[in-house]
Ligand binder design. Structure first.
Ligand code: SF4
Length: 234
């Protein structure tokens, strides 16, 4: 059973008492929980979704505190409801869900965007991956580029991603120069780093493996991953 506190007469009474606030949402949820417990029913998941991120975040944080204080241990289902669509819908969902997960609050998540339901799933995976909670795709590290950048970073990152995005569990860095690139690759498994005009260096971890012409960079990166038996065909 999932308890949502956005509707219903009990919620309306709470709204009258507490206003439309995190405190009201939490008190309402607790009252529903007490009803379930009085009926000896504990198979519940608690959801305190709101369409405003600060309200949603505050409600879950308060709920987690209150449940701790009351010795309750019910799973929390996180989500920003009615987040909208497109880039902003995804940012809004992430802005609500991610800080809670980072604090260890939340057991299930739902990204609710006004698009086909299957489009919600990659956003959930990305949130979990970015927080280091699940690794279901390649983690790319890429520098923002600057005056030292020795190749078209955006283009090369796109090429590297297209060639390797089907792999799982790897960290691959694309860095514009060897001045700062190797030190900033955040312990990536492989690095593609600008060496000198027209040439890049491939790294395995912190070790420079070989210098190759830029035109062969992506192919040689794939060969390196293959040599390490970490490649699978798409
Ligand atoms: S790694 Fe090199 S090219 Fe990239 S931002 Fe840093 S200094 Fe610039």
């Amino acid at each position: 059973m999932r308890i949502g506190v956005n509707h219903g007469s009990l919620a309306e009474r709470m709204l009258f008492t507490y206003g439309d606030t995190p405190e009201g949402m939490v008190e309402s949820a607790l009252e529903f929980i007490r009803i379930c417990e009085s009926l000896d029913f504990g198979n519940i998941v608690i959801s305190l979704k709101a369409s405003r991120v600060p309200v949603m975040v505050a409600a879950y944080r308060l709920m987690a505190q209150r449940m701790d204080a009351l010795g309750m241990d019910y799973p929390l289902h996180l989500g920003v409801t009615e987040a909208g669509d497109g880039e902003y819908g995804r940012i809004k969902s992430t802005a609500g869900i991610a800080p809670l997960l980072a604090d260890g609050i939340g057991d299930t998540i739902r990204v609710s965007i006004t698009e086909a339901p299957e489009k919600e799933i990659p956003v959930c995976y990305s949130i979990l991956q970015a927080l280091g909670l699940r690794k279901t795709m390649v983690e790319y590290v890429a520098c923002p580029s600057c005056g030292r950048t020795l190749f078209n970073l955006e283009e090369v990152l796109h090429e590297v991603r297209e060639a390797t995005k089907h792999l799982t569990g790897l960290d691959i860095a694309v860095m514009g120069c060897i001045v700062n690139g190797p030190g900033e690759m955040a312990d990536a498994d492989y690095g593609y780093v600008g060496k000198q005009p027209g040439y890049i260096s491939l790294y395995r971890g912190r070790e420079e493996i070989k210098k190759v012409p830029e035109a062969e960079g992506v192919k040689e990166l794939i060969n390196l991953i293959k040599a390490d038996e970490r490649w699978i065909d798409p």
